[in-house]
Design a protein around this ligand. Structure first.
Ligand code: ZN
Length: 124
């Protein structure tokens, strides 16, 4: 179908849209992760506390009292996951031969082409 498809540079509006979408997904992922941490730490004790009590699940009447602490855990978890995902190395592609790899010091491809950030490229 796309016999003549090639890597082509996106327009700057398209690049901006791709970046916005990626950021939105990353924020959503961080919020979900933070919520899971909050729920998880609200409902279960840590190892030490569980050992002391001999029970993992937090009794219903203690969940509310734990919330200020577990919400902080959730926020810290969300911020951490957001920063970790942001640090991921960008993927680059050589438009000439189609090699895809993580960005490295050299932007020169062995085929003589020049690696471009894959976010700025489109296969069409
Ligand atoms: Zn190449």
């Amino acid at each position: 179908m796309h016999r003549d498809a090639k890597w082509k540079k996106r327009s700057s509006e398209e690049i901006a849209a791709v970046r916005r979408e990626r950021k939105r997904r990353r924020i959503k992922g961080a919020i979900i992760f933070g919520a899971l941490v909050t729920v998880g730490t609200s409902l279960t004790f840590g190892w030490r506390e569980a050992g002391d009590r001999g029970w993992f699940l937090v009794p219903a009447q203690e969940i509310v009292a734990r919330l200020p602490m577990t919400v902080i855990f959730g926020v810290v978890g969300a911020v951490l996951s957001y920063t970790l995902f942001s640090r991921k190395k960008p993927t680059v592609v050589c438009p000439k031969c189609g090699t895809v790899k993580y960005a490295s010091a050299s932007a020169q491809c062995s085929c003589g082409g020049h690696f471009e950030n894959i976010e700025e490229m489109e296969w069409r």
